[in-house]
Structures are given as structure tokens and as C-alpha cells.
Design a protein. Structure first.
Length: 751
């Protein structure tokens, strides 16, 4: 897609400014839509021709005959909930608990009548689809000012519910972070509340402020207005509602989601307004694979007087809006997005639709996909402001499609992302100086050029793809890396922490990979590791693991198992540590359920101050069957002893032997010399075949070691004369030079 000029009406906000607009007073809280898969399903919710009650305090859904249908659970919004049982603690963040009801599918038909009760916010979640074609109303009751308001008893404030805040007690400000401030008898009416937009009171400063962010932050409701002196109470704010589904969400033509602010009606006078302040509109959050809005969404505020007391509108966030299937960076204009069915206006009344733009609430929309074309750069966390004279509209970008030549930038300070980033070959990229934390999905083919932590719930997915990570990658607990038929190049290294998972099928992995014991590694097909692999993680699955770089089992040392076959390929090195006789504790141990193929090199090292004595036998590796031998073995010499490697039928073993004791009988005799002489020119790393120094061939260097060990006075046995020995070595050397390979009788044996 060709790049386009950026529209003049679109201001793409930097992250710092975005966080200011959507800031929550006090400590920030993790938020955004709830995931239906995080909760246990109650079955299927189908409500038809009957009346039903949803009580967020008792966590019950009952039908018209009070029969209990379902019982929900409480979500404390990541432990941040501080607005409990309708008790507002001044200066707190005002985050309610949520009554969560989760189903396989939701179908609320037009013939169903719903009543919502209780103080907690309400969330209806679906693991499949959600269809709403009736009304869900979380608006507080109206406040009616009588014809004689000065006569006792005083009119009390209305009580908020479903996460909305109550109007303030008599002579007190409204509840909630945006509650209207205390008004006096010299002011016409109590202070109006704010939420998405601030309240407004002409000429005085008793209006509540805007707060919160239901797109990035916790689900919240609107604040309440303040009471008017000691005469009348105030109206409550609208409640807080979430409907989220793994599949599509459809608000039908008869559907209506309402969390409007509380209204105030004055029957006393048309010229002198003495009622309490109106409540702010509440919060409504919708999330799905596609969200279809055929009905209405109302989180508007209310205006008590045409001249003053305008309550702020609420907040509506829509994730996956079908009206905006794709937003193209540099190409989409505001006129392409229809939000006419969403009301977050502030200060409206039934007999006058005039609104004040200052009190208008916020509409936040997430496109189904945001495309970054060739030559364009999009900064993660960036909010696109498409506001105009008629609405406050902001785009929050969740799922990104990065075209070839497009770039996703990580902002200064780093960021955590929970959406999907799909990279297209060959040059789509993620760049930046500071780290990226992935709680969503990174997939496709391209370059990730930042430090990356794949956190709980995060996945890196590749199917016939090529992903390059230039910086360190950490696969944390609860995160996964999945690849089929792909190439993963961890140039900065990969660390698999405890509780992480990596699943590989017919994939090539480059760069260093370190995995702890409880990290899961599953292998299917043939998986090749080109860099150094280390750690105590077992390799599950029945596939073949091919090492072309180094492999260090354990953590000085360890015991590792493989569910399938293992190939130590040419160019690989198996590093084995020996610090005693106990497998896994003192020395490395590998158990291979399938076949083992030995090529490459074996590197033996003594650790922990271990001093071996002759005759000790250690099993380094077990297998069902094996083929080949290591091309060379380093670390054979261990002081006065040798570490003698033997290729057995079902195991690779090491015996601590006297230097030169080729036949491992506990002494060095002419019999050992004869073995070496008989196998001169034989390509092997088996100690008992005469490769005493692990060079991969039995040669005169091995014979010299044995002869030195024999020393003076050794009993001689008939042997090949020196002249004959020289002739034999010359013939063997000439054969190798002429043929390029050793004769078949000297080739590496297959076990």
C-alpha cells in the first residue's frame, strides 16, 4: 500500500501527552478489557420473554420468579479496587470491584427485561459471541425537587449503583474523584460532577473534574453531584458496564446500553434553581473480534439549568469497532468513522438538546487492525486524536499490521503491549532504544530490534516465517514461543525462565539459548540449534534435536532428558562437567529416549575441585541406540589420569584410567602398546581403541603417551619392528592423501 499524507485533522499524540489525557489521579492501575478466557464459563446465557435481575452484590442472575440461574465472581481489577460497598474514600482512585459473569455465548433477546442492582460494576463476558438486543440500564434514578424544598424533610441525594458514585450528602461534595464540589445558598444549584468530561458551573468553581481511562485503565463509573446547602441532595453518576467477547459483539437495533448521569428536576421555580448538582455519565467498555453497534450507547451527562450546572459526559471505549475495520497510518481521515450511535455529551436535558463542548465525554475506539505502510513509522502507545467540533474521539491501536518497510517504534522509557504485531517480510521492523514487554502476540517475518520480554500471556508465533531478534529476549513465566517451519535468529540470545514454554516444529534456531529446569521445551519434527544451548530444561516431544553449536546441559552440572532423538552434528561441541560420581549433582547426565548420533566434539572438564582416582566409571549419556563417534575429545588428560570415553550399546561412559591404560585393566603394559600399534591410522575417539589423546585418530602421538607411561623396565612382547612401524604409518598416510578419506577398515565405527 502506497503511503499517504497525514490528514490535517488528525493529530497523532506523543505517548507522554496521551498519558496526560487519559491519566488517572494517584497511583496508576493495570486495566483494559477483561479476557473471557481468564474466567470459568457458566454455560450459555440466553434470556428471552421474561424479566430478569442481575445483582452485582450477591453475584446472582435470577428470573422473574426469583429462580437462581447463575452465580458470578468478583474481579478486583488487579488488586486496585478501592470503591467498595458504595463507600467513597475521599482522595482514593474510585475503582470499583466488578461482578463478572462469563458464558460460552450470550444472547439477550429484545423480549427480555433486565434490571441491574448492587454496588459493583457489571461485566458480561463471552468465550464465543455476544448478542445484546435489549436494554441494560445502569443509570441512577432522577432527583425530583419538590415545590416546597425549604420545608423539611430535606430531599436526599440519589444513590449510585453498578460502580457509579452517589450524590453528595447534604452540604457535602459529591462522591467520586470527579464529584461536584460543595455549593452554598448563594449559588444556583449544587456542583455538577465530571468523569469523561469535567462538570461546568458558570461563574463559580464548584464543578467536578475529569478523571480515569477505561481504555487503558480500570473500569469506572461517573461521579455524583454535590448537594445544595442544607436543602436538597444531588444526583448520582452513571454506572460502569463491560461486555467483552472472544468472538463478535453485536448490539442489535433494539439494544441499548445506558450509563447516563443522574438527572435533576426542579418543581419549585423556573427562575431560581436550588437543586443539587447533576451526576456525570458513566463508563461503558465493549470489546470483541468485531463490535457491531446497531443500537445506542448512552453515557451522557445532564444539565440542571440552561445557564449553569452542566455535568460531564462519560466514557465509552470500543475495541474492535466494525465501523473501522482498518486504520491506515497516514491514510485514514476522521470522516470515515461513524460514532453517531454513541452519546457521551455533557449537560444535556430532555427539553433542550444543546450541549457544552467543554463537558463532553470521551469516545475511545480501537480499529480491528492498524496498518503501517511502507515508509511509515508508528510509535507503540501512540493515540490518534480524531476529535472535531462535534466529538472527542481518540483511536487506541491494539493490533498492528506492519507492511514491508514499515516500522513500529518503542517509545523512550519502554512500553508493554497487549495487542498483536504482525510483521511482513522482508523488512518490517520493531525499533527503539528502550525495552518492549510483550503480553500479546508478535508474529510474522521481520526484525525485532529492541530488548524484548515475553511476559505472562505473551506469545511469539512463527509459521513458515523468519524472525530476527537483534537484542536479548527473555521468555518469562507464562509466556510462549511457538514456531513451525520457521527460522528464529536470537542474535542477542534467548533466556527461557521458569514456567515459560517454547514449542518448535521443523524449525531452525540461531543464537544462544539458555533454559532453566522448569522451562518447557517441546520438539517435533527436526529442530536445529545453530548457537550455544545451555540449561537444565528437558526437551519434551518425540522429534529430533540437532545441535550445530555448543550444548551445555545442566547448571554446573545438571541432568537433562530428551524425549526424541539427538544429533551432535559436525561443528557442535558437547560440554560435560565432572565434579564427582553422582549424576546430575556432581556430573552432567543426558538421557535420550531415542537415538543419539555423535559427530562434532566432546569437551570434558573437571569442576568443583574434583580429584578422580583410577577405576571410577561415570555415565554421561544414555540412549536407545547410537551411531558415530565424536570427531575429537578435549580434556582427556586429568592430572596423572585420563578420562577414557567409551561408546557402549546404550550409553556413553567415562572411565578414570591410568594414563596409557588403553585396555582399562588397571595397569599399563605392552598389551596397551600393542593395541595402539595395531590401530594406528584408525579414525576413532574411543580410548580403548587407542586414541589416548582424543585427537580423533590413533597415531604416533598416542603411541608416545603409552610408551612414556610404560617407562624403563617394561616387559617387552613381540611387536612390529620399528622399521615396519615406520613403513605402516607411511602407507596409511599416503592412502589418506591419495583417496581423501581413510580406508574403510579405519573409518569411524557405527554402533
Amino acid at each position: 500500500m502506497a503511503p499517504h499524507d497525514r490528514p490535517s485533522l488528525s493529530t497523532r499524540l506523543p505517548l507522554a501527552l496521551a498519558l496526560t489525557i487519559f491519566a488517572l489521579p494517584g497511583a496508576s492501575a493495570a486495566g483494559g478489557p477483561l479476557d473471557p478466557l481468564d474466567f470459568v464459563s457458566l454455560g450459555t446465557l440466553t434470556l428471552g420473554s421474561d424479566s430478569f435481575t442481575i445483582d452485582t452484590d450477591t453475584l446472582e442472575i435470577r428470573d422473574g420468579s426469583s429462580t437462581l440461574l447463575f452465580t458470578g465472581v468478583v474481579d478486583d481489577q488487579d488488586g486496585t479496587a478501592d470503591y467498595l460497598n458504595n463507600v467513597w474514600i475521599p482522595a482514593s482512585n474510585g475503582i470499583p470491584e466488578i461482578a463478572v459473569f462469563t458464558f460460552d455465548n450470550i444472547d439477550l433477546q429484545s423480549s427480555a427485561t433486565l434490571t441491574v442492582l448492587g454496588s459493583r460494576a457489571l461485566a458480561l463476558l463471552s468465550r464465543g459471541r455476544a448478542s445484546i438486543d435489549t436494554t441494560i440500564d445502569l443509570s441512577p434514578p432522577d432527583l425530583i425537587i419538590p415545590a416546597s424544598p425549604f420545608s423539611p424533610p430535606a430531599v436526599p441525594s440519589t444513590v449510585g449503583f453498578a460502580g457509579g458514585f452517589s450524590g453528595g450528602p447534604l452540604s457535602a461534595p459529591g462522591d467520586g474523584p470527579g464529584g461536584g464540589l460543595t455549593a452554598t445558598a448563594t449559588v444556583q444549584g449544587g456542583g455538577p460532577a465530571g468523569f469523561g468530561g469535567p462538570g461546568r458551573q458558570q461563574g463559580v468553581a464548584f464543578a467536578g473534574s475529569a478523571y480515569g481511562d477505561i481504555a487503558f485503565g480500570p473500569l469506572q463509573g461517573g461521579s455524583g453531584g454535590s448537594a445544595f446547602a442544607g436543602f436538597t441532595g444531588a444526583a448520582a453518576g452513571g454506572g460502569a458496564l463491560e461486555i467483552s467477547a472472544a468472538g463478535p459483539v453485536t448490539l442489535g437495533p433494539n439494544g441499548s446500553l445506558v450509563a447516563a448521569g443522574g438527572k435533576v428536576f426542579d418543581n419549585f421555580s423556573t427562575s431560581f434553581k436550588i437543586g443539587g448538582g447533576p451526576g456525570a455519565g458513566g463508563g461503558i467498555r465493549l470489546s470483541g473480534a468485531a463490535v457491531h453497534l446497531l443500537g445506542t450507547v448512552d453515557a451522557g451527562g445532564f444539565r440542571f439549568d440552561t445557564l449553569s450546572n452542566w455535568a460531564g459526559g462519560g466514557r465509552v471505549a470500543v475495541f474492535g469497532y466494525n465501523q473501522l475495520p482498518e486504520f491506515v497510518v497516514g491514510g485514514t481521515t476522521p470522516g470515515m468513522i461513524d460514532t453517531s450511535m454513541i452519546n457521551v455529551e455533557g449537560g444535556q436535558i430532555t427539553f433542550s438538546p444543546v450541549s457544552d463542548a467543554i463537558t463532553r465525554g470521551v469516545i475511545t475506539v480501537t480499529p480491528q487492525i492498524t496498518t503501517i505502510p511502507f515508509g511509515q513509522t508508528f510509535t507503540l502507545g501512540e493515540i490518534t486524536d480524531l476529535s472535531d467540533a462535534n466529538r472527542n474521539l481518540f483511536l487506541v491501536h491494539r493490533d498492528l499490521r506492519v507492511s514491508d518497510g514499515g516500522t513500529v517504534a518503542v517509545p523512550a522509557g519502554g512500553i508493554a503491549q497487549s495487542g498483536r504485531i504482525e510483521l511482513f517480510p522482508p523488512s518490517a521492523s520493531i525499533t527503539g532504544v528502550d525495552p518492549l514487554t510483550n503480553g500479546g502476540e508478535i508474529t510474522g517475518s521481520g526484525v525485532v530490534g529492541v530488548d524484548l520480554t515475553n511476559e505472562v500471556g505473551g506469545t511469539i508465533d512463527a509459521v513458515n516465517d523468519a524472525l530476527t531478534f537483534t537484542n536479548p529476549v527473555v521468555n518469562a513465566a507464562g509466556a510462549q514461543i511457538n514456531a513451525i517451519g520457521s527460522t528464529l535468529d536470537f542474535q542477542g540470545g534467548l533466556t527461557n525462565n521458569a514456567g515459560s514454554q517454547i514449542n518448535l516444529i521443523n524449525t531452525t534456531v540461531s543464537g544462544s539459548v539458555a533454559s532453566v529446569a522448569s522451562a518447557g521445551v517441546m520438539i517435533a519434527g527436526s529442530v536445529t540449534f545453530g548457537g550455544e544451548v545451555s540449561g537444565t530444561a528437558d526437551f519434551g516431544g518425540t522429534g529430533t534435536t540437532v545441535f550445530q553449536g555448543g550444548y551445555r546441559p545442566g547448571a554446573s552440572p545438571g541432568w537433562v532428558s530428551f524425549g526424541g532423538d539427538v544429533v551432535f552434528d559436525t561443528g557442535s561441541t558437547l560440554f560435560a562437567e565432572i565434579g564427582g560420581l553422582l549424576p546430575g549433582l556432581d556430573h552432567d547426565r543426558i538421557d535420550v529416549s531415542g537415538d543419539a548420533i555423535f559427530e562434532g566434539a566432546l569437551d570434558l572438564s573437571l569442576v568443583g575441585g574434583f580429584t578422580p582416582i583410577a577405576g571410577q566409571v561415570l555415565t554421561l549419556l544414555t540412549h536407545a541406540s547410537a551411531a558415530g563417534e565424536f570427531a575429537s575429545i578435549a580434556g582427556v588428560s586429568a592430572g596423572a589420569l585420563d578420562l577414557a570415553v567409551a561408546y557402549g550399546t546404550n550409553a556413553l561412559t567415562v572411565t578414570t584410567a591410568l594414563r596409557g591404560d588403553v585396555n582399562l585393566d588397571g595397569t599399563v603394559t605392552n598389551a596397551d602398546r600393542v593395541l595402539v600399534e595395531q590401530n594406528l591410522g584408525f579414525f576413532t575417539t574411543a580410548y580403548s581403541s587407542g586414541d589416548v589423546n582424543g585427537s580423533g585418530i590413533v597415531d604416533t602421538a598416542d603411541l608416545d603417551i603409552v610408551l612414556e607411561a610404560l617407562g624403563a623396565g617394561a616387559t617387552a612382547v613381540p611387536a612390529l619392528p620399528a622399521s615396519g612401524l615406520v613403513l605402516l604409518v607411511a602407507i596409511l598416510t599416503l592412502t589418506v592423501l591419495l583417496c581423501g578419506v581413510a580406508p574403510s577398515i579405519y573409518s569411524r565405527r557405527a554402533l
